[in-house]
Ligand binder design. Structure first.
Ligand SMILES: Cc1cc2nc3c(=O)[nH]c(=O)nc-3n(C[C@H](O)[C@H](O)[C@H](O)COP(=O)(O)O)c2cc1C
Length: 393
């Protein structure tokens, strides 16, 4: 399976084409829209999210509610396009050059793609960079993730993202490590910051208010858990087949993510081997090998090992600040303070939804590589036969 996305932040629409999605999967667009809404909500988002009410428009690949196995094209309109069409218009006859010139951006914002993008692509107007570098693009990835989650649920595989930390406010591991995935999903959905602990949610919200009041911004840590993955997804035989590598790349590709860890991750570096590796057990009832602990985060040797996959991502604080940072104008090379009128102060809850989507995609992709991607019935049979065989080992 593969997909590409297209679209500018204030262009007409965001578009994606997904190829290789199996036939015979029942698709409810309302479910995709629900995931899009989750990405848009979350305490700390700015004015843009009040304008956009994302809704998917499926253009191909689904007929009568079922996937056909042909490419699925999806579109999400940008409602803000109405306010920008004169300067974002693709066709020259409808393009307002004078207005575009007036709105030209020559002042790069620190922490953004603006400056290097302008140098690389030879743009004088940095709008040509920021329109595509913007995290608005993640809406299409959430739509792809929604399809992936529908597919995975058919195989009893469930994916959930939640917020572990916002700035200094951090969830204690013992408060969620033993929770069932369904409970994590339910608790996170009840929190405005997607945190499973209501007390810590309240603290996170007041911290966001405090920091926003000072014109500053916040980052944090999100976690994605995948339950029900059979052992043996991904492979050790080649670098680009490793599941941990592919998941990490997908999560790292999310705007503002600066660190990814799987399982104990960075903390394993200062632990002892005897305290970090998960001892192997055998569950007679299940007829399956299990692990007594899950510090590996469900992946060993680039393959799922049958335990829950646990991935964490560190998101940097939002770079556009009300409180100005120093920068230099691209044209006249004069210093100026970079500030802005409209931006998110904290997008960590949205990042959890995007991370959930991209992890769901990588797991779905790796599953279809092992069990085929032609149609749902074959995939279910292949998975069942595989489980039968590994139980006989
Ligand atoms: C869901 C989401 C929303 C974001 N919203 C904003 C925003 O409102 N303002 C902003 O300056 N950056 C925002 N960002 C982060 C920037 O897009 C990102 O930092 C920038 O494109 C530079 O990329 P890099 O941080 O990956 O290097 C957001 C990121 C995500 C994941």
């Amino acid at each position: 399976m593969r997909y590409l996305t297209a679209g500018e932040s204030h262009g007409k629409a965001l578009t994606t084409i997904l190829e290789g999605f199996p036939a015979g999967v029942e698709i409810d667009p309302n479910y995709i829209n629900k995931q899009l809404r989750r990405r848009q909500s979350g305490y700390g988002r700015g004015g843009r999210m009040k304008i956009e009410k994302d809704k998917v428009n499926i253009l191909s690949g689904i007929r009568g509610g079922y996937s056909l196995g042909s490419p699925i094209a999806m579109q999400i309109e940008n409602k803000d396009w109405e306010n920008w069409k004169e300067i974002m218009e693709p066709e020259v006859q409808n393009y307002n050059e004078a207005l575009a010139k007036e709105k030209e951006i020559t002042k790069p914002r620190p922490g953004h793609a603006d400056l290097t993008g302008a140098l690389k692509y030879n743009h004088c107007d940095m709008r040509n960079v920021l329109e595509r570098a913007s995290a608005r693009e993640t809406a299409t990835r959430v739509a792809i993730g929604a399809l992936s989650k529908i597919f995975l649920a058919e195989l009893n595989i469930f994916v959930v993202g939640h917020v572990v930390a916002i700035g200094k406010e951090k969830l204690k591991e013992e408060k969620y490590f033993n929770l069932e995935i369904g409970e994590i999903e339910q608790r996170a959905s009840q929190s405005q910051v997607m945190c499973v602990d209501s007390g810590i949610s309240t603290r996170m919200i007041s911290y966001i208010d405090e920091v926003k009041g000072k014109g500053d911004s916040l980052g944090g840590i999100v976690e994605v858990i995948v339950a029900g993955v059979p052992p043996g997804i991904g492979s050790y035989v080649q670098w680009d087949k490793k599941l941990d590598a592919n998941i990490s790349a997908a999560v790292m590709s999310i705007q503002a993510v600066k660190g990814v860890e799987i399982g104990a991750g960075f903390s394993s570096a200062n632990s002892l081997g005897s305290l970090i590796h998960d001892e192997i057990d055998y569950d007679n009832e299940l007829g399956m090998f299990t692990r007594k602990t899950n510090r590996a985060g469900g992946i060993e040797g680039g393959m799922s090992n049958g335990e829950q996959i646990r991935v964490r991502a560190a998101m940097k604080p939002i770079p556009t600040l009300y409180k100005p940072l120093k920068s230099v104008d691209l044209r006249d090379k004069k210093a100026f303070p970079a500030s802005v009128e409209r931006s998110d102060c904290c997008a960590v809850p949205s990042c959890a939804v995007v991370a959930e989507a991209v992890v769901a995609w990588e797991v779905a992709k790796a599953l279809t590589e092992k069990f085929s991607n032609d149609n749902m019935e074959d995939i279910k049979d292949n998975l069942e036969n595989y489980i039968k065989r590994i139980k006989q080992v």
